[in-house]
Write a protein that binds this ligand. Structure first.
Ligand SMILES: Cc1ncc(COP(=O)(O)O)c(C=O)c1O
Length: 374
């Protein structure tokens, strides 16, 4: 049977990972500044993480959400403690798209309304509701085009105000720092205004932290820097360090009802073991602080390179915008220097999304390689 051919592939076959490195079949070592698309948070095959999953799978990998699973509560309690966000409840699912889809559903249930506002360059996933609020017409099928949604310019409080005041909006959803779209971030004033408008007009504010959350920016959630309180926060990627787990945090003012949300796999025993272990390691190894410190080094070094015109992002969610399109540069970094990096819809922007336990020494290797390619 053939695989349904939807991904253009690099001719590389990683078979092993360790910390910030992956190794191919021939044992060739690659520096991972991409984290498999911002997923690897505590490092590949972290021994404590591996042991947690091994221990859990040898006891019970899965049972349905119709029984008590105390691991879900352990995860929720640790998440509250490590993230510092209070008075939210946790619903667990298995991916970023599913998290956002559930966030939209909660918002619509809560407000009794259906229209959703999203922003230019947004990426929120590929299932029907969330692909309809993703700014990429090429990945929408006719089936996805019937949702009641409105795209607005990012960072434009006036257009947001006039749209919200029409009275039919259920939710405003935004990535605090846009990932796929190219690392743009609105200013605090915009986020505060959006939060205020939502509150006054019974609209749910949804922060999509699928990529920017879980310590990647140096804060647990990227929105925390802006002094706002979203009604719903969606999470995935770094949450399981590669194990598929996602979730939403829902403000306690929103009442749960049986049947309102549901999933077969979400919050299963194995996923919780992975998620708990990730939070333990983030805490023990001070990975948020590490993300901030290493970020300073990267930004200072990047500023010395004349071909880099703009340095975007925060923590270990960094975009380096060059004065040329970077497809060939990325290929050379990968095939000549064994360094994985990321791209975005901005063709001049190199994306850096490494494991959060990366060190400045790793980036010294990157900058030496980058200079030699340039
Ligand atoms: C900000 C953001 N939201 C949602 C998603 C969708 O997540 P998933 O691919 O796990 O469905 C992504 C994936 O790249 C993302 O970057």
């Amino acid at each position: 049977m053939e695989l349904f051919d939807v991904y253009p592939l690099y001719d590389i076959t990683p078979v092993k990972g360790e910390g910030c490195y992956v190794f191919d079949q021939a044992g060739k070592k690659y520096l991972d500044l991409y984290g498999g698309h911002a997923v690897i948070s505590v490092g590949h095959s972290h021994p404590e993480y591996v042991k947690s999953i091994q221990d859990q799978v040898s006891k019970l990998a899965f049972y349905s959400n119709s029984i008590k699973n105390p691991l879900q509560q352990v995860l929720a309690d640790k998440l509250e403690k490590v993230s510092g966000v209070k008075d939210y409840s946790l619903f667990l699912c298995s991916s970023g798209a599913e998290a956002n889809e559930n966030a939209l559903k909660v918002a619509s249930f809560e407000t009794g309304k259906e229209r959703v506002i999203y922003f230019e360059n947004a990426f929120h996933g590929r299932t029907s509701g969330v692909v309809s609020i993703t700014d990429n017409e090429n990945i929408k099928a006719p089936f996805n085009l019937n949702h009641n949604v409105k795209k607005l310019a990012f960072n434009d409080a006036e257009s947001l105000k006039s749209e919200i005041e029409k009275g039919d909006v259920a939710a405003v959803i935004f990535e605090v720092i846009q990932g796929v779209g190219g690392l743009d971030e609105a200013d605090s004033e915009f986020y505060k205004k959006a939060a205020d408008l939502c509150q006054k007009n019974q609209v749910m504010l949804i922060a999509d932290e699928v990529q920017s959350g879980y310590g990647r920016t140096g804060d647990f959630f990227a929105f925390q820097k802006h002094g706002i309180r979203p009604d719903i926060i969606s999470m995935a990627k770094g949450m399981g360090n590669g194990f598929p787990i996602g979730g939403i945090l829902i403000d306690n003012k929103i009442q749960a009802k049986y049947g309102m949300l549901g999933t077969t796999f979400g919050g299963n025993h194995l996923a919780c073991a992975a998620g708990i272990s990730v939070l333990d390691i983030i805490t023990k190894e001070n990975l948020m602080q590490n993300a901030s410190e290493v970020s300073e080094f990267v930004k200072a070094e990047a500023a010395k390179i004349p071909q880099i015109k703009k340095i975007k992002g925060r923590g270990l969610m960094i975009g380096l915008e060059f004065d040329f399109e970077i497809a060939a540069l990325r290929k050379e970094l990968l095939f000549e220097h064994q360094i994985f990096t990321g791209a975005s819809s901005n063709k001049k922007l190199l994306r850096i999304l490494p494991p959060l336990n990366i060190r400045t020494e790793h980036f010294e290797v990157f900058f030496d390689s980058l200079k030699s390619v340039l």
